[in-house]
Write a protein that binds this ligand. Sequence first.
Ligand SMILES: NC(=O)CC[C@H](N)C(=O)O
Length: 309
Amino acid sequence: MINSSVDFQGVLEEIEDEVRPFFGQGKNADYIPALSDVPGHKFAMAVQTVDGETFMIGDAEENFSIQSISKLFTLMQVLGLEDVDIWSRVGREPSGTAFNSLVQLEYEKGIPRNPFINAGAIVVTDILASRSADPSRRIDDYYRMLSGNPANKVDEVVALSEQEHGYRNAALANLMRSFDNIETPIPDLLDVYFRQCALTTSCVDLAKAALPLVCGGYSPIAQSQVLSGRDTKRINALLLTCGLYDAVGSFAYKVGLPAKSGVGGGIVAVLPKHFSIAVWSPELDASGNSLVGSKALELFTTKTDLSIF
Ligand SMILES: NC(=O)CC[C@H](N)C(=O)O
């Protein structure tokens, strides 16, 4: 059980004050125009403990664009399927490159380094798309089941904005197709991928949806075992080593938790057997991770002395 002497609410309140000087140092994602319009100084955090307690600060119930954090949930969903050999099509190593880089993919013959860079996530989505008549619905329903909130919907404006500017993702998908690592027709596949990235969620919902990674694969929200204990351990290892792109080493150094970020400014992190934590602040650092969000998580694990290390 968690160290009950920690005053989570007090810690969140201190963090909200201490991150203020960092606003304005990062920049909203603008390669997806709809994301550049979100007020940059938004800030929210939510902690969900294994005991069922929720702590929150800021706009923790306000929805934002989940973006690449969706890659975590599609991976969970694929690992929950029978007879899927994902690891012949996607690697398990950190990429050391930007999330949408093409260079490595050419050298490595269309096999993405890991499921959390765009190319790897597109393959994961391809696996879902090739096994479902309505993959977008299936992805949304899975997330809604884990968050317990049927109001987590796709933001059509963001989805369209990605569709209209998704040149790099189209290039990644086509390059992988040329190496026979994509099955679904590319326009259909990109549509599913853009829609999963355009799902909206709040910090509270996100922390709830990540609880299976805290509870050995069991979702206390859905009251169901969604992953095996072994796959849960494996996903947490992948989050620690690949969840924040080319910033993953310094994030592990500063924060010390398995985590996944998205260019909407969200980050979700877990301390297995203890808690999940979600943060949202839209201004990003050079690697495409929330600058204030990363700082807030660093402050959280430092102040509480709770991390995997
Ligand atoms: N890092 C991210 O959040 C990237 C997700 C974004 N939808 C993209 O595909 O470019």
